[in-house]
Design a protein around this ligand. Structure first.
Ligand SMILES: [Zn+2]
Length: 92
């Protein structure tokens, strides 16, 4: 997506991650959107989803990347339809 100029930065993306059960437990305990520098991450259950793409080096995880929609927060730079945890977040 970045090569095709659909997005300019990772923060313009939402990522669906389809982990194996083993990775799911691990992912539940970290802030994935901060870790991956994207706007939002959804953990999905069905690893056989047609849209999911395998990663080269990790067989147990698939991902699906979408362009994020909504407003950009001036503080965390994430794009979302809902406000973040910051008190002065401009997204309502
Ligand atoms: Zn915000």
């Amino acid at each position: 997506m970045r090569n095709n100029k659909i997005i300019k930065s990772g923060l313009e993306t939402n990522i669906d991650i389809f982990p194996s059960a083993e990775f799911k437990d691990y992912f539940d305990n970290i802030n994935l959107s901060d870790f991956l520098v994207c706007s939002n991450v959804n953990l999905k259950k069905n690893i056989n989803d047609d849209r999911a793409v395998s990663l080269k080096s990790l067989n147990d995880i698939k991902v699906f990347v979408k362009k994020a929609s909504g407003q950009k927060c001036n503080y965390c730079w994430k794009i979302s339809g809902v406000s973040c945890e910051r008190k002065n977040c401009p997204i309502k």
